[in-house]
Design a protein around this ligand. Structure first.
Ligand code: ATP
Length: 233
């Protein structure tokens, strides 16, 4: 089933064009990397697909329903219930511990505090950072923060994870570790992933790479990994 569709999506910031007519489909459970040079429109596309930005023209559909013309409240509900987002800097709440940060989306969805903490702890454990459960972000390493942010993005078991350069602030090794975990967990849960990155190596974790240039789709190809002997699935 097609999970996300962009149809001739156009977006400009004042006089600066960012997207000049993007059409693409993402299938349910697919992991897609959006790549291309700086300024080609990757983040803008991710924001339009996630309903954070509204395109100036064109349409965005999620599971067959048009979402770009719905109200801010409807799109925000969609982001809370169906989507998870992960950015370069985890954007954890500085005053809260790791467990409290991860529990937050569950509390907002009405889960009781004790149950939310239990689920949050299990996600921190799955991401290999159970030991920082009661630590605040300021006392964690960058890798630990990003693992917590990943746990927070996945704790509601979203159908789609939008990740914008999620490992951009980490060294190569931690970045790779966080990313392999994101991909493993996404595959386990059949979560669709839209991953923005400018690193070809990172794009290699995806099923498909969509390369943008100057606000258009330049070409699409298989992720590098998919070409390895033996496949992965
Ligand atoms: N808030 C904004 N205001 C004005 N122009 C913007 C804004 N955000 C992006 N742009 C411009 O829109 C174009 C596309 O930007 P976008 O951030 O989507 O590209 P990108 O491929 O994600 O870039 P990078 O890899 O550097 O993050 C660029 O020309 C950029 O300068």
């Amino acid at each position: 089933m097609t999970q996300l569709q962009a149809r001739a999506v156009v977006k400009a910031y004042g006089a600066t064009p960012a997207l000049r007519g993007i059409t693409l489909d993402v299938a349910e459970g697919e992991i897609v990397a959006v790549t291309g040079p700086s300024g080609c429109g990757k983040s803008t596309l991710l924001h339009c697909l996630a309903g954070i930005l509204r395109p100036d023209a064109g349409e965005v559909h999620y599971r067959g329903r048009r979402i770009d013309n719905t109200s801010e409240a409807a799109r925000s509900r969609l982001r809370r219930t169906e989507f998870g987002v992960l950015f370069q800097f985890g954007q954890l709440v500085a005053e809260l511990t790791a467990a409290e940060n991860v529990a937050l989306p569950l509390l907002l969805a009405g889960t009781r505090r004790r149950a939310a903490r239990t689920v949050a702890l299990s996600w921190l454990d799955r991401l290999g950072v159970a030991e920082v459960a009661d630590v605040r972000p300021g006392e964690m390493s960058g890798g630990q923060q990003q693992r917590c942010a990943t746990a927070r993005a996945l704790v509601t078991e979203p159908r789609v994870l939008f990740a914008d350069e999620p490992t951009g602030a980490l060294d190569t090794l931690s970045g790779e570790q966080v990313l392999t975990q994101v991909v493993r967990l996404a595959r386990e849960q059949r979560t669709t992933v839209v991953l923005v990155t400018h690193e070809p190596r990172i794009a290699g974790y995806a099923d498909r790479e969509i390369v943008l240039r100057d606000g258009t789709v330049d070409h699409t190809g298989l992720g590098l990994d998919a070409a390895l002997p033996g496949g992965r699935r």
